[in-house]
Design a protein around this ligand. Structure first.
Ligand code: UTP
Length: 412
């Protein structure tokens, strides 16, 4: 393990000496854990990321084109049947795995605990995790198999998530069918580029974004686990869409029948300025263009049938052939900067409670990995059937809107 003197010289080099300011006040265990944290931080990366906060990103040299998609609602019944059959074969042969990304902080929702543990307020009082698990239980009933479920947590919420599953007896889905794995994290820094302390002996770190899923699957040996189970296809989605179809035979079948190594689901953008990322081709590669990167004119442009040319919103539901995931997992993804509120301990040892954004957090996005894909099938699905996000405490994309969408769907 790193010695205090070694830590001092690293910190000096990067102008972060304040991190050891309270070292002598710490217990032996706290000292050890702080040195461990310092050892594991890539200070050069943190410095580079801070420099990035001072640079304007120029999107003007991007060549953008719309991406082809298939509209599921326009498929003929016999096509649906054909794809369903192919997908069902994969499921019945136990070749599908499901990954849920639940490492986010859920700051906008403001729930005290991991987002998946949130009670959506349905009559059943089921948590979001349980609503997702229902998909797997229905698949079990229908196909007689346990689809393995891999849940990505963060260092921050790992214990609470596992304790919750334990307390709910894994929703009777079987502990052996559920695996947790932790994603990476990065230090948060002040507006002056200083790494923050959350306690006198603890560096403030935050999960490194949903793009961390690929590296986390790899580093935690989840691919090996999947391969030992003979998994072929992997479905990945976020924790916060309570209508996500975790086991969708048509989606699997259409991907395989079209010889695609990956697939994504989209819903039509509701209105031109909606703050969503949309699927597109960026410099001839598969990508997502964020609402912050697109001009208002481009966001509003329509095709000859009156539909948005850039209108296929990303709902964070993707399917990959396992071989592809392994391939793209070795690529380093870029980090995006988020200006956030962060409480911290200042250099005098006082706790500072943030009233407004005062710090930077760095996240990689899952879709930045798409440029490493050779092909992707994009399937447009119906928003009301597959997209009920829980993001904000109230208003749009809140528990109330998600609850209504969920109830309407199941009434149907
Ligand atoms: P969001 O970008 O909506 O972030 O995540 P969030 O953390 O849930 O919420 P806010 O922004 O703090 O309010 C979309 C999905 O990606 C997962 C989230 O758990 C959610 O399912 N995610 C996000 C991770 O798993 N890890 C991360 O580091 C970030």
């Amino acid at each position: 393990m790193l010695k205090k003197e070694d830590a001092e010289s690293i910190l000096k080099k990067y102008n972060q000496e304040h991190l050891l300011k309270f070292y002598d006040e710490l217990s032996e265990d706290e000292k050890k854990s702080l040195l461990e944290q310092i050892e594991n931080i890539d200070f050069q990366l943190v410095k580079d990321l801070y420099d990035l906060t001072k640079t304007e990103v120029d999107f003007s040299n991007q060549k953008l084109e719309p991406m082809d998609y298939i509209d599921e609602s326009k498929l003929k019944d016999e096509e649906i049947e054909k794809y369903k059959k192919i997908g069902e074969e994969i499921i019945k042969n136990n070749q599908l795995a499901v990954v849920t990304m639940a490492g986010g902080q859920g700051t906008r929702l403001g729930h005290n605990g991991p987002k998946g543990t949130y009670d959506l307020g349905l009559e059943s009082h089921k948590s979001i995790f349980e609503l997702l698990c229902d998909n797997l239980k229905r698949a079990k009933e229908k196909y007689g198999v346990n689809v393995p479920w891999y849940i990505m947590t963060s260092k921050e919420n790992d214990k609470d998530t596992k304790d919750f599953f334990e307390s709910k007896n894994y929703f009777n889905y079987g502990k052996e069918n559920i695996k947790f794995f932790k994603q990476g994290e990065l230090p948060m820094i002040s507006e002056e580029g200083k790494i923050l302390l959350s306690e006198k002996g603890k560096i403030k770190e935050a999960a490194d974004g949903h793009g961390g899923v690929f590296e986390a699957l790899y580093k935690n040996h989840m691919y090996e686990d999947m391969k030992s189970k003979n998994i072929k296809m992997i479905f990945i989605s976020g924790v916060d869409n309570v209508l996500a179809k975790l086991v969708d035979p048509v989606f699997i079948g259409i991907t395989i029948a079209n010889n695609k190594e990956s697939a994504g689901k989209s819903v039509v953008k509701a209105y031109a300025e909606e703050k969503v990322g949309v699927y597109c081709k960026k410099n001839d590669k598969i990508g997502i263009i964020e609402y912050s990167e697109i001009t208002p004119e481009m966001a509003a442009v329509k095709d000859e049938s009156g539909e948005f040319l850039y209108g296929e919103s990303n709902i964070l539901c993707n399917l990959f052939d396992i071989k592809v995931l392994e391939r793209i997992s070795v690529h380093k993804l870029p980090y995006h900067i988020a200006h956030k509120k962060a409480n911290y301990i200042d250099e005098n040892g006082n706790e500072i409670i943030a009233e407004k954004p005062n710090a930077y957090k760095f996240e990689s996005f899952m879709f930045d990995a798409f440029e490493g894909l050779e092909n992707m099938l994009l399937l447009r699905v119906k928003r009301e059937d597959e997209f009920a996000p829980v993001k904000n405490k109230d208003g749009v994309d809140s528990p109330e809107t998600a609850r209504n969408l969920y109830n309407n769907y199941w009434k149907k």
